[in-house]
Every structure is written in C-alpha cells, then in structure tokens.
Design a protein around this ligand. Structure first.
Ligand SMILES: Nc1ncnc2c1ncn2[C@@H]1O[C@H](COP(=O)(O)OP(=O)(O)OP(=O)(O)O)[C@@H](O)[C@H]1O
Ligand SMILES: [Mg+2]
Length: 242
C-alpha cells in the first residue's frame, strides 16, 4: 500500500502539486489521469523516490521514504518498477542483455539461472526466439513487451506504466492492455497506470485518481467518477465514454 499524505511539490517558485493525499491500495490497478502538465509524472517520480517532496509524507508499505538510509531506499526501489512511455530500451544491447540487465545489476544469480529467468519472463509477455535481436529491429509493440519483461523480471510489488498504449495502433494497444491485465493477475502486483487512453481506462481501472489544477480532484471507482460535478472531470468523462 502506498499512502501519500499532504504532499506538496514545487520547482523554484512554481507549485506543481498542492497538499495532495491519496491511497494506492495493494493488488489492484490504479489509473492516474489529468491534463498534460497537470503533474502526473511528477507525482509518480516522487513516489519512486526520483524527486524529493517539499512537504508531506509518502509511505510505501508503511515505510516513510522521505528520510531513509540509502540501503533501505534501494530495497524499496527494487520493489517498484517502471515501464516508460518510449520503452527506454538500451539501443546498443540486444533483447537478452536488456531484459537480464536488472539481474546482473541487483542479484547474484549465475548465468544459467539468468538465462532461465529471462526465457520464462519473455514467455510471460508472449515473446520467443528474439534474444539476439536489437531494439532497432523490433516493432513498437514488441519493444513495449521487452520493456515490460525487463520491468517485471525481479517480480516487483509495484509496477508503474507511463502511457503504455500511446503511439500504438488500436490492435497492438489492445494486446498490450490484455498483457497488462494478465501480468497483473499472474504476478499479483499493484499496477499504476498513467494514461489518457479511454480503452486503457475502461478495461483496466479499479481505482481512478484524477489530478487537476495542483490537486487530486477525484479518487474512487469509475462508476463513482460519473457522478462528479467538475468541469475538467466532465470533459474527461465525455472523452472516455463517448
Ligand atoms: N524537473 C523539473 N523542473 C522544473 N519543472 C518541471 C520538472 N518536471 C516537471 N516540471 C513541470 O511540472 C509540471 C508537471 O509536469 P508533469 O511532467 O508531471 O506533467 P504530466 O501530467 O506528466 O504531463 P504529460 O501528460 O504531458 O506527460 C509541468 O509544468 C512541468 O513543466
Ligand atoms: Mg507525464
């Protein structure tokens, strides 16, 4: 469980998030929506410990990440994994090298164990026979699958997707949505998805968080979201359900 309490973030004199609180429960899929520039990525980066809060608290499984020793922060960061919008694969490394990278960095597994784990993880994302292929020879959908494999190879408790379907054709986007659902259920993780794709929101969301004008203006189920009386929220509802 992630508890965000009275979090504020500013860059120089500009306030980005103003005293926001939210609970991201375990084992469900949470979607985060909001206009471009509303602070979704800043929110997520702060949760991941990549940005520092100006005030407020973030508790990850009851550990306050604001003031913790480096070693504990590392343990927490291993629990959390991110799939970036552009997949962010290493172009000079092949698929095996990309996916095995976290294992060589963070574990003492031997080569045989690593090969087995990479093959198993690639099978979870429905990829086979591409260990030697370089990212430049992969389609957008395959890149996304490889990035997903790399993100789950250490079986994180939390996985965060930034715009997982943006830039993909509708069929491939649908495949990625189904994959996110399957992985979520197979690995029993907590999944957090930043998205503005109506299909992603409709098919995956169990808990919805909407950020607008520096505040969280809604947290709850999609059903309850329909009832909200707020101009930006209403615009999103029209976009999602029409
Ligand atoms: N490192 C930074 N330094 C200064 N300002 C920043 C920094 N990172 C983000 N911002 C500003 O914070 C605000 C929120 O940015 P953020 O990237 O979180 O938006 P977003 O909701 O993720 O948008 P998008 O949907 O376009 O990805 C923006 O005004 C952005 O310019
Ligand atoms: Mg963003």
């Amino acid at each position: 469980m992630i508890n965000v309490k009275n979090l504020s973030i500013r860059f120089d004199d500009t306030l980005i998030l103003d005293d926001i609180s939210a609970d991201i429960k375990k084992n469900i899929i949470t979607s985060i929506i909001g206009k471009s520039g509303s602070g979704k990525s800043v929110f997520i980066k702060t949760i991941m410990g990549l940005l520092k809060a100006n005030s407020g608290e973030i508790l990850i499984d009851n550990v306050n990440i604001n003031n913790i020793p480096k070693k504990v922060r590392k343990d927490i960061q291993i629990k959390m994994s991110m799939v970036f919008q552009n997949s962010a694969l290493f172009d000079s490394l092949n698929v095996f090298q990309n996916v095995s990278f976290p294992l060589y960095e963070h574990t003492k597994l031997n080569d045989k164990e690593i090969i087995e784990k990479v093959n198993y993880t690639l099978s979870l994302v429905n990829l086979t026979d591409i260990l030697e292929v370089y990212p430049s020879d992969l389609s957008g959908g395959m890149k996304k699958r490889v990035a997903l494999a790399r993100a789950i190879i250490q079986e994180p408790d939390y996985i965060i997707y930034d715009e997982p379907t943006t830039g993909l054709d509708p069929i491939t986007a649908d495949e990625i949505i189904n994959l996110i659902k399957d992985i979520h259920n197979t690995l029993k993780m907590s999944s957090i998805i930043i998205t503005h794709d109506p299909e992603c929101i409709k098919q995956l969301t169990e808990n919805l968080i909407m950020i607008d004008n520096k505040k969280i203006i809604f947290q709850g189920t999609l059903n309850d979201f329909h009832q909200i009386d707020h101009p930006t929220a209403k615009a999103f509802i029209n976009h999602i359900f029409n």
